[in-house]
Design a binder for this molecule. Structure first.
Ligand SMILES: Cc1cc2nc3c(=O)[nH]c(=O)nc-3n(C[C@H](O)[C@H](O)[C@H](O)COP(=O)(O)O)c2cc1C
Length: 215
């Protein structure tokens, strides 16, 4: 084999390598990987939503500050009317304060074992004048985000009612020294679940109507 034949062979091999490297089939496999990522993200999100359950029994393990911040970040990602974000979150980590809160909230039995709690509040200085009642819907959306974030992180919590009872709202406001413009919606006891608690399957196709109401 003379020198020019060797050179041609080397060039041919180099071309082949380049063609394989930049061929469309490579980008197709990239597309497939992206598609797989999308599917696993979808499964992860739906499984978090479907596995969310009210957790009222907790171990002694405390939630870290970083995890609490991640949970609150999820809360503040919720949609709000006029993008007003009319919320404030009071984080309680002092167990003496949790006990005091429990005394005035007869339904909040999740507080009995909780090592932390989040009081979700509406900020009436931030609501849009035309729809001040949006504080309820907006903080409810934030609450659901918080509950989902807890579920996804192996933590748990339960929406414990404060609003709409004027008595409960006044109790929480007094205890936490809330200004008049800050209205408590609920308390979420937070912690690591103790025991196994299962989500309920609530899917009921009779709740769905297509195009218009049908009997
Ligand atoms: C507006 C609202 C108020 C609630 N109040 C309480 C409460 O005060 N105490 C409590 O233990 N659970 C409370 N819950 C939790 C419900 O009891 C719970 O969501 C329901 O039984 C369904 O169970 P799941 O959350 O495990 O799907 C409340 C939930 C909502 C949405």
């Amino acid at each position: 084999m003379n020198f020019s034949k060797i050179l041609n062979l080397v060039l041919a091999v180099t071309m082949l390598v380049l063609i394989i490297k930049f061929s469309p089939s490579t980008s197709t496999s990239k597309d497939a990987a992206t598609q797989e990522d999308t599917i696993s993200t979808r499964e992860a999100v739906l499984s978090t939503i479907q596995n969310r359950k009210s957790v009222r029994h907790f171990t002694d393990k405390k939630i870290s500050k970083e995890d609490m911040t991640a949970v609150l970040k999820a809360g503040m990602t919720a949609p709000t009317g006029f993008d007003a974000r009319p919320w404030k979150f009071i984080v309680i980590r002092d167990t003496a304060m949790i006990k005091k809160m429990r005394k005035g909230l007869v339904y909040a039995r999740g507080l009995d074992q909780a090592t932390a709690a989040i009081v979700v509040c509406g900020d009436m200085t931030k609501v849009h004048k035309s729809d001040p009642e949006f504080w309820i819907t907006d903080t409810s959306a934030a609450t659901e985000n918080i509950l989902l974030a807890l579920e996804s992180m192996g933590l748990g919590g339960v929406w414990s009612t404060v609003y709409p009872s004027k008595k409960r709202m006044a109790f929480v406001s007094d205890l936490l020294g809330l200004p008049e413009s800050i209205l408590p919606l609920n308390v979420i006891p937070v912690g690591y679940p103790a025991g196994i608690q299962k989500a309920k399957d609530k899917f009921d196709p009779t709740n769905i109507h297509y195009e218009k109401w049908s009997q």
